[in-house]
Design a protein around this ligand. Structure first.
Ligand SMILES: [Zn+2]
Length: 117
């Protein structure tokens, strides 16, 4: 993944930092030229689906293996670590927000701007 403006290459570590520091509206910034990018909502939904599936498998495993509370805690912690470190592979970064809500919001903003002119 590269920045369109300055060709800055986002390394895995940078993506990891950016993703977990992202703001409420999924904005991230290029460290070099400060251009704003957005975490793709589509790739986020896919990530959530994968997480849900993983959780389901985990629950099934716990039922089958009769894990103790300590073991459960350990597995959950392990899952969290895996989630944190696989997230940068799953997400995509786009120039414009591609979520349905963002699109509606942008249309509203555009209409407002048109009205002012
Ligand atoms: Zn850049």
């Amino acid at each position: 993944m590269k920045c369109n403006v300055c060709n800055h290459h986002f390394s895995y570590g940078e993506k990891l930092k950016l993703v977990w520091r992202m703001t409420f509206n999924n904005e991230i910034q290029c460290p070099d030229c400060k251009k704003t990018y957005y975490i793709s909502q589509k790739s986020l939904s896919v990530s959530y689906l994968i997480l849900l599936a993983a959780q389901f498998i985990l629950l099934m495993t716990i039922n089958l293996l009769d894990v103790s509370v300590g073991g459960l805690f350990l597995i959950t912690a392990l899952m969290l670590v895996i989630i944190v470190f696989t997230f940068p592979f799953l997400i995509k970064i786009v120039n414009e927000p591609d979520g349905l809500l963002e699109r509606q919001f942008q249309e509203m903003e555009n209409k407002k701007k048109m009205g002012q002119r």
